[in-house]
Ligand binder design. Sequence first.
Ligand SMILES: [Mn+2]
Length: 462
Amino acid sequence: MGTPLQVGVGLIAAGGAVLIGQSLWEVWRAAQARARRPNSTTPHGNPPPKVAHAVLTPEETQYKRIIILGDIHGCPDELQSLLDKVQYRQGVDLLLSVGDLVNKGPDSEKVLKMAKELGMQAVRGNHDDAAVEAFRAWLSGRDMPKPAKHHWVPGLEESLAALLADLPFTLQLPAYNVILVHAGLVPGMPLEQQLWTDLEKMRDVMPAAETGLADEAAAALKAGAPVDSLPTGDFDWGAAEAALAEVAAAAAKDRAAGQRPASGSGSSGGGGAPAGSPHAGSAGQAAAAQQEAEPGLPPQLQLRGREQPSPLGRAWASVWPGPLHVFFGHDAKRRLQRHPAATGLDTGCVYGGQLTAAVLPPLDEQGRPLEQRLNLPPDAEAITLASSLPAYLVSVPSKEVHSDKFLKPEQQKRGQQQELAKLHTRQALAAHPHHAQHAQHAEQQSTAAAAAPKSAADKKQE
Ligand SMILES: [Mn+2]
C-alpha cells in the first residue's frame, strides 16, 4: 500500500476512469439504440417528417403536366431560366423536385421563397436535412453545424424552415409508376425497410455479404495501394440481377392485377379502400402494397446502400429493376444518368454544369398521355419511362461556377482511381467460375472485358 496521499490520488484517478467509462458506455448505448431503430430520426438528427413516403394520387396528377427538377442547391437564377424554358404555369403544371434545394449556391433563401410561392413539392435532400439541423441549433442557441455553409439559416422565416422540415423522403406518382427520391433506393428492399440515410445519401449498392471486404478495398485504395492488388470478392451479380428481375416482374403483375382499376389510370391504394386523409392513408396503402409485392432477395444476394462509390459496388440506378421508375438527384459527379427504370437529374447546376428537369405529359382518365399539351423547347430530349410512357429532359446551363469541388485535381484523381478499382472488380468477377452458371452473361462480359476497357454490363448501362 502507498501513503494515504497516493491512495487518495489513486481513488480519484479510478473515479475518473469510471466516469469516462460510464460516458463511453452511454455513447455506446445510444449508438446501439440508433442501430436498432435506424429510422427514428432523420439522418441529420431531426424529428421525422409528418409523412415519410408521400403519394400524389392519380386524381391529383390527372390532366397536369409534371415537371421534376434536379438539384437546385441555392441557384434561383438557373431555376427561373428553367421554369421559363418549360413555360411553367402554376395550377396547370405540377412542380416537383428531387431535393437539395439549398446550400452551396448564391441564394438558398430565395430558392425556398420561390418553392413556396410556386407550390413546389420536393423530397428531402441531405442538404435540406442538414439545413433543418442548423435551423434547430440556431433556434435553441446551440452552435450551428457547418456555420459557413449555413450562413443563410439564422433568422430564416419560420414558414420556409417548416417547408424544409416537412419534406418527405419519397414521393410517388402511381399514375405514372414513378417515385422521386433524393439519393437512391436499394433494389430488392421494400420501401418501408429502406434506411432513410440511404434515401438521402447513397450513390452505390454493394453486396451486403461483402461489407468488410468493401471497407478493406476502400481503405487500401485510399492508402494508395495499386488497383490490381485490391480484393474483389466473388459476388454473383448475374444471379442478383436475375433475382431482381423476378422481383420486379412479380411486383408489376401485382400492380396490374390489384392496383390498376378498370379505367387504367392507376391508383395508389390497394382494393379501392376509401382514402381518409389522402396523403397519410394512401402512402400507407402504397407502402403495404409494395411490401407485399416485393418479397426481397435471398440473403447471399442482398444489396446494401453506400454513400461513397465502392470498389466492390455499382451505381445503384444501374441495377434498379423497376417496375417503379425512379427520378433522383444527389450524384452530381455522375451527371445525367439514363437507365431503363431510373433517371438521375443532378447535372451539377452549382458546379457550373446544368439545371435539368424531366417533363412528364399530362394523362387523361384512361392514363393516356396528352402530347399536344407538352409545350417543349426544341432541344428537349425524349426518354422512355419503365411504364413505357414518354418523358422529356430539358436543361439550362449554369450562369457561373459556384463550387469547384469537382475541378480540384485531387478530387479528379480520386474519381479516376475509383473507376479503375470498379473495373478491376468487374474483370475479376467476369473471370470467376460462378459465371459458368450464366454462360451467356459470362461470355459477353469476358469478351467485352478482353476487347475493351468496359464490360458488356457497363455498355448496357450507358
Ligand atoms: Mn445531395
